[in-house]
Design a protein around this ligand. Structure first.
Ligand code: DAH
Length: 341
């Protein structure tokens, strides 16, 4: 039995020594010291020995068991540190190395122009304002001097929200004018950039969802000259530094006088093309001096206060800035198109 133990000891030490990795080592441990392991088997045979032999062999077997356990733990420590060394070798990083360039997306051209508009408007002393896209009748129409029976409502192609009394998807950012004037006292200059909705077709120059850039100034003795200066600055900065302008009288219930402004077509440079319907001019904004009734509707005295307002079509501006011929490109999310900006 002593001989068997000696053989086992040598074989086990050899095996431990040559274990290639931690898993192999655990197998060896089970093989010798586990519940059904070789050494355990031998120890089980002790009960058949004489008491004298039992003491001697038992002691020897226990010594071997302790030795093997210690060797296994020592070997395990070696294998673990070897593994970490290999990891350090294969997965080291150099924190001083220059970073790798990660491909980035770009902002949508509408977002780009909107952000620039915000910068320009604030640099001109305007405060950016926002309002809800689900608007009520008062702010979207009535307070803007478009009462319920007014034919101008027809032109708004309104999307009504069924089941929500009186609520519409706002057709114009002009609604925010009312919200601001109800809340704050003049003088003020505000600008609004946001989404508006109309029951429109989706074609080369229409979309049921589009964007407007609204401006409102209320102060003392405001004239069309103030308005003209601000609007021309905005267009030259945002769309075309060489833009020429044509101011035409027009009608919007919330301004008097009301105007529409055309800018020279950038696509054909005035020669005439489908974008400008062969006229060389494209309408980009409605504007005018704030109607006295609108001021009264928000409890301001029109003899004391005056103002101007305008509402640009942002999507139009984007098209003219990049000389695009089809508005749908802005909403189709084709990366080949969007990545150009
Ligand atoms: N809200 C008008 C529209 O959507 C545009 C507009 C016209 C805005 C005149 C104004 C304005 O502020 O004064 O057609």
């Amino acid at each position: 039995m002593q001989a068997a133990l000696a053989t086992l000891q040598t074989a086990a030490l050899d095996a431990i020594d040559s274990a290639a990795d931690e898993a192999a080592l655990r197998e060896i441990e089970v093989d010798y010291l586990g519940r059904k392991g070789q050494l355990t088997e031998i120890l089980r045979g002790l009960k058949d020995l004489s008491p004298e032999e039992k003491g001697k062999i038992g002691k020897l077997a226990n010594e071997i068991k302790t030795e093997l356990s210690e060797k296994i733990e020592a070997k395990a420590r070696l294998l673990v540190s070897a593994r970490f060394e290999r990891l350090a070798e294969t997965e080291w990083i150099d924190p001083t190395a220059p970073g790798q360039y990660a491909a980035r997306g770009t902002l949508h051209p509408i977002t780009q122009l909107t952000r620039e508009a915000e910068r320009i408007m604030t640099s001109l002393g305007f405060t950016m304002a926002t309002g809800p896209e689900v608007e009520d009748d008062w702010h979207c129409f009535t307070a803007l001097n478009i009462p319920a029976d007014h034919p101008a409502r027809d032109a708004q192609d309104t999307l009504f929200l069924t089941g929500m009394d009186d609520r519409v998807l706002r057709t114009q950012t002009s609604a925010v004018q009312i919200r601001w004037m109800e809340r704050y006292s003049p003088p003020f200059r505000i600008a609004v950039a946001g989404r508006v909705f109309r029951k429109d077709d989706f074609d080369a120059s229409h979309s049921p969802m589009f964007h407007q850039l609204e401006g409102l100034v209320v102060d003392k003795n405001i004239s069309l000259a103030h308005m003209k200066a601000v609007m021309e600055e905005v267009v030259r900065k945002l769309v075309d530094p060489k833009a020429k302008f044509r101011f035409r009288t027009s009608y919007f219930p919330f301004v008097e006088p009301g105007l529409e402004v055309d800018m020279s077509c950038t696509v054909c440079e005035g020669r005439g093309c489908p974008v400008c319907k062969r006229t060389g001019w494209v309408e980009i904004v409605g504007c005018g001096l704030v109607h006295p009734q609108v001021l009264r509707n928000v409890k301001l005295d029109p003899d004391e206060w005056s103002g101007f307002a305008f509402g640009f079509g942002i999507d139009r501006m984007v098209m003219l800035r990049h000389r695009m011929t089809d508005m749908r490109q802005l909403f189709e999310n084709d990366l080949r198109f969007l990545k150009q900006f």
